[in-house]
Ligand binder design. Sequence first.
Ligand SMILES: Cc1cc2nc3c(=O)[nH]c(=O)nc-3n(C[C@H](O)[C@H](O)[C@H](O)COP(=O)(O)OP(=O)(O)OC[C@H]3O[C@@H](n4cnc5c(N)ncnc54)[C@H](O)[C@@H]3O)c2cc1C
Length: 421
Amino acid sequence: MKIGIIGAGATGLAAAYELIKAGHEVTVLERNNELGGLAASITVQGTPIERYYHHLFASDSHIISLIKELGLEDKLTFHPASIGVFYDGKLHDFSTPADILRFEPLNLLDRLRFGTSGAYLKLLNSCQSLEQYKALDWIKRYAGAQATKIIWEPLLRGKFGDRASDISMAWLWARVHSRSFKLGYLEGGFDQVYEALADAIQDKGGEIQLSVDIAKIAQPSAKDKVTITLTNDQALLYDKVIATVPQPVFAQLIGSSTTDNLWQADYLGATCFILELEESFIPYYWLNVNDTTFPFLAVVEHTKIINKAQYGGKHVVYVGNYVSREDWRFTSDPAKILQKFIPYMRRINPHFSAKQITNWQFSKAPFAQPIVTPDYHTHIPSHETALPGVKLATMSQVYPQDRGQNYAIKMGIEVARGFLR
Ligand SMILES: Cc1cc2nc3c(=O)[nH]c(=O)nc-3n(C[C@H](O)[C@H](O)[C@H](O)COP(=O)(O)OP(=O)(O)OC[C@H]3O[C@@H](n4cnc5c(N)ncnc54)[C@H](O)[C@@H]3O)c2cc1C
């Protein structure tokens, strides 16, 4: 079969790799001029690094298997996850159960309630009983109002911004349930996975076309081939197509009249600075900024887990946000956004000054995080679409787990296998 894959992110490349191994003729069409989608990399001092902070959990078995299959296993390293919380003008350690027991902003009873409700979620094997609840309602009831206000609500805000109060408890369960204490990273960047997949696909005769802008996908009837029309009016014909683009993009490509249910998924965008610093910024890998007056939600010091020698001796720090596509942090000039962030960064680390930034880069993605509400699971579209030869394999179909490279790869492989049966 001649199969077209739209999108060269984790899902698209995993699907293409699976199909080419099965002997099909595969072409991957990608709008950007880089591989990896949301997990794409830029370079810091010559070393590839993800545009947005990326790590793995020990439970991410699908990507770990793929890393092994691609011969990259030696580069996968796991590191203790040092986590901090910035609250009430101070940094608080938040990595271990002992840190939580010492977490000053909560009284002892609230710390215990926080700990036991978290342990319950870790032990609970299914989210079915939680699906109907909004996370903040459930948490308030079981972890208490204080733990909700000081810890959970800011954490959810860190991920979903203004939509935090709409999020399903099933999503939060999956986050807590599958989280491991150690975080994995591929030394030299996850880019190596996507480059290795692309090489393997091309070695077996597949094609990867970057900077290809698709205007339309059509298939008048099951007997017809699928036509992908590019914005330059070129028409490409395939027996089957897998689209891995965000749902709203897919709906546009196939014509919204046949896809009304696809519009149910709502997404936040993501923005992220990578700062190269002369000095370390925080004593943790990950800092949740639990102060709602701050204009950013998380700070991730990548070089707390990966040796800074790999980045020319620079301390590499991400400053990230999930925001709506209309938000000033998504629409404004990045240099101006960074200027606005600096005074807040000084509140986290009074020794920090803008002079310590030797270089910075900014990335933004319009469809970065589906908003998982309690009724979300009733809207998730099937991989089958209104067009019989076209399957949809996209981030918003990952549920209840948080979307991530692992689930993207799992879905890409599964959907590809659907064509092989
Ligand atoms: C801030 C942030 C932090 C993250 N942290 C982690 C983490 O720590 N660990 C982890 O595993 N995952 C993390 N993720 C999630 C992970 O990056 C994604 O789940 C995964 O990369 C999704 O892959 P995908 O292929 O399904 O989608 P995408 O990566 O979105 O790929 C879709 C591809 O389709 C292309 N495309 C779109 N429209 C068109 C078109 N019209 N024509 C052609 N191509 C098109 C896009 O350019 C893109 O390359 C993070 C994501 C973000 C934003």
